[in-house]
Design a protein. Structure first.
Length: 69
């Protein structure tokens, strides 16, 4: 779903973000920045997990299941 909106953006900040993100245009830059924020939040949640049950034996079993499944 897309939503048209009007926003007041700092043009220098948009230019800096576009340079960092490798994007062209304000819309593409804003979308890429929002996607990066979401990815960063996912990585942060993932990094906070301890994965105590993910032992070498459990990993081997998961790999076996994936190979045969």
């Amino acid at each position: 779903m897309k939503k048209r909106t009007n926003m007041n953006l700092d043009s220098a900040l948009v230019s800096q973000a576009a340079s960092v993100l490798g994007t062209k245009g304000t819309t593409q830059t804003v979308h890429a920045a929002m996607e990066e924020v979401v990815r960063r939040a996912h990585r942060k949640r993932l990094a906070a997990r301890d994965f105590a049950d993910l032992t070498p034996d459990a990993l081997a079993e998961l790999r076996r299941q994936r190979a045969t499944g």
